[in-house]
Design a protein. Structure first.
Length: 189
């Protein structure tokens, strides 16, 4: 049995196990920020967070960075309460800023099939930025359907559905501090 003491009691019955504890997430984000600091020194870096899942990655990564950055956000259609990708991507909220000539770093929570970011990077590239790269806290390599270069990866995870640290199931569990898996009963199993 996992030690679930970091999970608020109201959610504890729903959590099966802690896959990545908060401390490991923060350590890894600090390491990634050091890489980004080095790679983008002296450049005009725009961090683009993909709502809503990337909110905490964006907040914590940005605060670990020491180079000046600007932030913007995009929102794309999600899969609703379903746990698998439909491959359909719709922009619900576009950038507020022009990106022509700028260095863009897309900040994501998880790359699964890769379809969402494949679409987003192509869309952003058509706006003539100086560069577009991807940073994702998590990746599920076994699920990839497109060849998508992810420059900065926090953790590789197996093909399991995870929530917490921004990731939801039916809009719940985003506020958990750890990356966790849920009990099958939560999915009606
Ligand atoms: P992709 O287009 O790469 O298949 O999917 C990316 C999006 O799918 C993520 O931004 C996230 O919204 C959702 N997703 C994929 N795997 C998971 C998962 O294990 N947990 C949660 N909560 N969302 C996931």
């Amino acid at each position: 049995m996992d030690d679930l003491s970091s999970i608020p009691p109201t959610f504890r019955g729903d959590v099966e196990s802690i896959l990545i504890p908060e401390a490991d997430l923060q350590t890894r984000l600090a390491e990634l920020a050091a890489d980004v600091d080095r790679d983008y020194a002296g450049r005009d870096l725009l961090l683009v967070g993909v709502l809503k899942g990337a909110i905490f990655v964006m907040a914590d990564l940005a605060r670990h960075l020491t180079i000046p950055t600007a932030m913007d956000f995009m929102a794309v259609s999600s899969y609703g309460a379903s746990t698998s990708s439909s491959g359909v991507v719709r922009i619900l909220k576009d950038l507020d800023t022009e990106i022509e000539g700028r260095d863009v770093l897309l900040v994501e929570d998880i790359v699964d099939s890769g379809l969402t970011l494949d679409y987003l990077t192509k869309n952003l590239r058509s706006r003539r930025p100086a560069s577009v790269e991807i940073l994702s806290l998590l990746t599920k390599p076994s699920r990839r359907e497109v060849d998508l270069p992810v420059r900065y990866v926090g953790f590789e995870v197996p093909d399991v559905f995870v929530v917490g640290y921004g990731l939801d199931y039916a809009e719940r569990y985003r506020s958990l501090r750890d990356i966790v898996t849920l009990e099958p009963s939560v999915y009606g199993g």
